[in-house]
Design a protein around this ligand. Structure first.
Ligand code: ADP
Ligand code: MG
Length: 628
């Protein structure tokens, strides 16, 4: 084929392919323009997940009628004029191609009026073809409507997912921009239902709370530091509020939401030792720096940027968080009914709670012997988490209280049948020999996480969490398949605040969740009611269970079929209900767990595919000890 100059329309379509991936991209571009126009109020409303209509109305500076054709032309912008400007970009946009790209693949109507203009004017562009500018009545500011996105690019249209999923992306895009500029009033509506109404606010925490719920906001720790020209500020979550992916790490550079691998890594490093593997910290961070210190022109949607001194920034973030954690009490708060919500830091109350827990644990420990006789039905139930998970959960809580504020994962102090704790020893105290290993007839528990057993072949080392998780998973799957899953109904349904994408996912997957015993009802806004949940998780807060399940749903990434989805959720429930690394087990519990080993299909791998057991053959041991 000979070389040809491409038509402007084709160039725009190619550009649209880069920046406009789905309705959420349109929402992002239009909202950025409204922010750049200095609006103090921005109303976003979408229909059908945004594929039918996206409308963004602002009260910003407006566009004079004669400039409307330029606004929708490609490579036309009011934000930069010369090459040097690229190195001092103070606005969210600057490429001058968003409106042209969107207009190429939709029907776009732009109406605008400036404060000193005689009246409003509008222009309509259908698949890249612009109408003449016509006068129209409208308030000062700009409104952009985008109808039937991708109507002329059927391939793109085919890639759009369900309305709820697309709306989940829209709402994520909305949240990212709204978090960047808390002084602007934003609203979001979907199919005429109000989803967000975020009042203008001076404090960032208020905006975070309105976007992600008060519960999370209450567990945020403020951080702040200045290094030369760079000001870092924001909030990071208490390690109790970690997630299974890094999507709740929001970083804003001069008001622009960005993703940066190095900074994500620094966050992970700062939390090292505070979170178990596979868990990610939640963070909301703002960076202010001179625009010359960063190149924003490296990514089509400007999601990634290049810092002049990224090493220094990495160190700043890491050291700010580390020194903050050293001076922060990261103890898990134990809240009992009527407890003062700030009571977590009240020493007297904490001591009382500890004593209560110790007394309670003594009683529990005494009663463990009876129901866990190996081979009996209660023993089966216990190993499958029906009943026993309650105990292991509660003993886990005990271990958390016993941490004494170090925030370290503590293996040492645990309730256990042969030596009930009489006082809560500080975690720093060296563990006694007895606390390091519990022995049952066939196995030895070491470091409160591995079971060592002698077998005919040699020695097997079992990961207690992985094995229990596998057993629970098999058991659950069987129950779900036969429709015999126990559900715990709540007398008073519990309202749970979700983020918008979570709420969308919850409602979209209501049926699958119900199959697992998680019954939810819409409650308006981003709140849902939990009316019932899996009995196996009886002692875990329903909100925590729901958050975990929704995270799995959202991180599914590609479109999972119903079977895969169910499987993912079974894994999540099994993981939550299973005993944890760090849980001290009684000899009876060890026995029961090992007995179940033979009941499951694939005892060598936990549902995540990690091995549940390592085998050392006698020959290998002999070889290692140079006996042969
Ligand atoms: P960019 O934002 O990169 O400049 P766009 O294609 O998004 O490019 O917008 C082109 C131009 O149209 C902007 O530079 C701005 O002058 C004008 N414009 C777009 N949206 C608005 C708005 N909501 N209010 C005022 N001006 C706008
Ligand atoms: Mg723009």
């Amino acid at each position: 084929m000979p070389i040809r100059q491409l038509s402007q329309s084709l160039i725009n379509k190619i550009a649209a392919g880069e920046v406009i991936e789905r309705p959420a991209s349109v929402v992002k571009e239009l909202m950025e323009n409204a922010v750049d126009a200095g609006a103090t109020r921005i109303d976003v409303s979408v229909t059908g997940g945004g594929g039918e209509l996206v409308r963004v109305v602002d009260n910003g500076c407006g566009i004079p009628p004669e400039e409307l054709p330029l606004a929708v032309a490609s490579h036309a912008t009011s934000k930069i004029a010369e090459a040097d400007d690229l190195f001092r970009v103070g606005t969210l946009g600057f490429r001058g191609e968003a409106l042209a790209s969107v207009a190429e693949v939709s029907r776009l109507i732009l109406r605008s009026r400036t404060a000193d203009g005689p009246g409003g004017a509008e222009i309509e562009v259908v698949g890249g073809k612009a109408s003449d500018v016509a006068p129209c009545g409208c308030p000062v500011g700009t409104s952009v409507e985008v109808h039937n996105l991708f109507f002329n690019t059927p391939v793109r249209r085919k890639f759009l997912r369900t309305t709820q999923t697309e709306f989940g992306h829209v709402s994520e895009a909305f949240t990212r921009i709204a978090l960047g500029v808390p002084h602007v009033h934003f609203t979001l509506r979907h199919n005429n239902r109000q989803v967000f109404d975020l009042a203008a606010s001076d404090g960032w925490l208020e905006r975070i709370a309105e976007s992600f719920g008060r519960e999370l906001a209450e567990h945020l720790i403020p951080v702040e530091s200045i290094d030369g020209d760079v000001c870092l500020s924001g909030y990071v979550a208490n390690p109790t509020h970690s997630r299974s992916n890094n999507r709740m790490q929001y970083v804003f550079l001069n008001g622009r939401h960005i993703r940066d691998r190095a900074l994500q890594h620094a966050l992970g490093e700062a939390y090292r030792g505070l979170l178990t593997t596979g868990r990610y910290p939640v963070a909301f961070l703002r960076l202010q720096m001179p625009s010359e210190a960063v190149d924003v022109n490296v990514h089509p949607t400007k999601l990634e940027v290049r810092f002049v001194d990224s090493g220094r920034l990495y160190s700043q973030l890491l050291s700010t968080l580390r020194s903050k954690f050293l001076t922060t009490d990261l103890t898990v708060r134990v809240e009992s009914p009527g407890d003062d919500p700030t009571g977590g830091h009240d020493r007297v109350r904490t001591a009382e709670l500890r004593q209560e827990l110790v007394d309670w644990a003594k009683g529990k420990v005494a009663s463990w012997d009876a129901p866990t006789r190996a081979g009996s039905e209660p023993a089966f139930r216990a190993a499958c988490g029906l009943g026993q998970s309650v105990q292991s959960r509660e003993s886990l809580q005990l271990s958390r209280v016993d941490r004494g504020g170090t925030g370290r994962e503590s293996d040492e102090v645990q309730a256990h049948s042969t030596e009930p704790p009489t006082t809560a020893a500080p975690a720093e105290q060296p563990p006694t020999a007895n606390a390091l290993a519990a022995r049952s007839a066939p196995a030895l528990q070491i470091h409160n996480r591995y079971l060592v057993t002698e077998t005919e072949e040699g020695v097997t080392i079992i990961d207690q969490h992985a094995l229990h998780e596998r057993i629970l998973y098999e058991h659950l799957r069987e129950r779900v398949m036969s429709g015999a899953l126990e559900t715990q109904s709540l007398l008073v349904p519990e309202p749970v605040d979700l983020s918008a994408p979570e709420a969308a996912a919850a409602l979209e997957h209501r049926e699958v969740l119900a199959q697992l015993g998680m019954r939810i009802e819409p409650f308006g806004g981003n709140t849902v009611l939990v009316a019932g949940y899996p009995a196996m998780l009886a002692n875990i807060n329903p909100a925590a269970v729901l958050h975990e399940l929704l995270e799995r749903l959202l991180s599914g990434g590609r479109r999972l079929d119903r079977g895969d989805l169910l499987d993912q959720l079974l894994h999540a429930i099994a993981c939550q209900a299973a005993i944890k690394a760090g849980d001290r087990l009684s000899p009876e519990e060890i026995d029961t767990l090992l007995k179940q080993r033979h009941l499951i299909d694939d005892p060598h791998h936990c549902p995540h595919g990690r091995p549940t057991a390592l085998i050392f053959t006698r020959e290998e041991l002999d070889r290692q000890f140079k006996r042969v």
